[in-house]
Design a protein around this ligand. Structure first.
Ligand code: GTP
Ligand code: MG
Length: 441
């Protein structure tokens, strides 16, 4: 990863420890100042996660963006002064900058220029541990870089070469482009292999009902996951602590086993390449039966976080799955008025604390209800000789009721819909299905 990016002169890491910077945002018409402050809070948190500090925030009210420098000339001059006054190492913009804007700003300010996408890609690169995550991040980085290199190349060829000549810059960048293209193809092949392996693993587990935790980064997904499944996924007060998907079995209150998955979090303006290249990681959520949307109830930007997650689910085409909204970190919402307004805004939300365990039993009961709604109720009759089938039914279905008579055993069963043909096939050779109804809630 490092070698390829260094070909272009781009540093592997956007920020390094102890670097300081200035955060810049533009206040567009129709956006209020509080929202822009929230965006800058998030940029600050992203920088902290990447190991850098924001020492100053600059907001410009502007209708039309400057194609050359994004912000206006006067603001660039003001920034020039601030950069030298505070001795910062970088200036970061909340919006996406074009390669030309990055170059012009870099020339004018003499420090590194970053935008939100670059910083997010950087954090992903730093946090990637597994081969899968590393491959996905590298692919996203190169795809982000590639079109930028193309435009840069056009610029350099004009500057150095001119028509019909091949200047040194041009040759170098052509080589870089070819190498990047080859590497992208290689990474895509590798991800395809990983993806088919994952699909095989999912198929092996397909007899279990699947819940998937999704939500904004830092909402507490992994904390809740660990609490429910007893796993030890890393939880941190940093953005994007989790970049992989972990799946574990857990037991619903009725005793039936199900699967729960924890995955990478979402954020506003998540670079499109990242969403695309994290396809195999997000496949577990995409193929789950129920999505549990975890949100941080104590966060001032809660409403916007929920909107962002909903938009991301649409982008992933999984917004139609049955969903449960969990408002986590309720232990941090102490003001009764705030709690009241949250309940009014989110009447369907389930308020809990993954840290203290408050109300987690209600979540489990609700999960069980959702499971039952997607189940089939079966009444079967088995002779006493069918002990193996009986034991199979006890392990793989919920036995709601059992009655024993001289003729044999009658069972009232609740089973996930996708298992109904498997159960029918197990029962029919020795017993019989008396009755079946969809929706066992
Ligand atoms: N007070 C409080 N803190 C919580 C609660 N749940 C999680 N946290 C804290 O919130 C931070 C983020 O939690 P994680 O579980 O890592 O969040 P995540 O959603 O998995 O985050 P990413 O993997 O980074 O997307 C950690 O410092 C947790 O200790 C809660 O119910 N109450
Ligand atoms: Mg996590």
């Amino acid at each position: 990863m490092r070698t390829l990016l260094s070909l272009t002169g781009t540093e592997h890491s956007a920020t390094t420890n102890h670097e300081s910077g200035i955060a810049v945002a533009v206040l567009h018409k129709g956006t209020d100042r509080t929202t822009v402050d929230e965006y800058l809070d998030e940029i600050e948190q992203l920088c902290l996660t990447a190991g850098a500090n924001i020492v100053l925030r600059v907001v410009q009210e502007r209708e039309r963006l400057d194609p050359a420098t994004f912000i206006g000339k006067g603001k660039v001059a003001e920034l020039q002064q601030l950069v030298s006054q505070y001795g910062v190492h970088f200036v970061i913009f909340d919006d996406s900058l074009s390669p030309v804007q990055v170059r012009n700003l870099q020339q004018a300010l003499g420090v590194k220029i970053l935008d939100r996408s670059m910083l997010i890609l950087d954090i992903f690169a730093k946090h990637a541990r597994t081969i899968e995550a590393k491959t996905q991040v590298e692919l996203a980085q190169l795809q982000y870089l590639y079109p930028r290199l193309t435009r840069l190349w056009t610029h350099l060829s004009r500057q150095y070469g001119g028509i019909g000549t091949k200047g040194p810059g041009e040759t170098q960048i052509e080589t870089d482009r070819r190498l990047i293209k080859e590497r992208i193809a290689h990474l895509q092949r590798r991800l395809k292999d990983i993806e088919s392996h994952r699909a095989l693993q999912r198929k092996e587990r397909q007899d279990l009902f699947r819940f998937a935790l999704v939500g904004y980064t830092n909402a507490g997904k992994s904390t809740l996951f660990n609490l429910i499944t007893g796993a030890h996924v890393i939880t941190e007060n940093k953005l994007f602590a989790t970049l992989d998907t972990t799946v574990r079995r857990f037991t619903l209150p009725s005793g039936i086993e199900a699967l729960l998955s924890d995955t990478v979090g979402f954020i506003r303006k998540l670079p499109a390449h990242l969403v695309a290249s994290f396809h195999s990681t997000l496949a577990e959520a995409a193929e789950s039966d129920v999505l549990i949307h975890v949100a941080d109830a104590a966060h001032p930007a809660l409403d916007r976080h929920i909107e962002t997650v909903e938009e991301t689910l649409v982008k992933l085409s999984i917004e139609h799955k049955p969903q449960l909204l969990v408002l986590n970190k309720i232990d941090q919402v102490r003001d009764p008025e705030l709690r009241f307004s949250l309940r009014k805004r989110y009447p369907m939300g389930l308020f809990l604390s993954a840290q203290t365990g408050y109300n987690v039993h209600t979540l489990l009961r609700t999960m069980e209800q959702l499971f039952r709604q997607q189940c089939v109720r079966l009444r079967v009759h088995l002779p006493y000789s069918a002990m193996a089938t009986l034991s199979y039914l006890y392990t793989n279905t919920i036995v709601e009721h059992r009655s024993d008579s001289d003729e044999g055993i009658t069972l009232e069963l609740i089973i996930p819909q996708h298992l109904s043909s498997t159960v029918t096939a197990a029962v029919e050779p020795c017993g019989k299905i008396i009755h079946s109804t969809v929706g066992a809630a």
